[in-house]
Write a protein of this length. Structure first.
Length: 95
């Protein structure tokens, strides 16, 4: 999946929801990777990575919608963005 095709995120999330009962280890890997990217991008406040931030946030939202990851993980990400309520973190919460 390319970084520019955010319209494919719901389909990838649905695919992961189908795969989850068979291969839960893949889901754990995707979840840890996304959380790692999210926390890295949360501490950097530069404009060029804003599109990457929105892609990661949207993907976390899609995975939560399809119940691939727990809702607590999504709420923890929102809480972290609200705790450091500065610059682009407001936009991340709105996505």
């Amino acid at each position: 999946m390319t970084k520019r095709r955010i319209d494919l995120l719901p389909f990838v999330a649905r695919l992961l929801a189908i795969i989850k009962p068979v291969h839960p280890d893949i889901i754990a890997l995707v979840e840890s990777s996304l959380i790692g990217q999210y926390t890295f991008m949360l501490h950097r406040n530069s404009l060029p990575i804003l599109s990457s931030r929105s892609r990661v946030c949207r993907f976390l939202g899609e995975l939560t919608k399809f119940r691939v990851i727990r809702q607590g993980v999504a709420f923890a990400c929102i809480k972290r963005a609200l705790d450091t309520f500065e610059r682009y973190n407001v936009d991340l919460v709105c996505i």
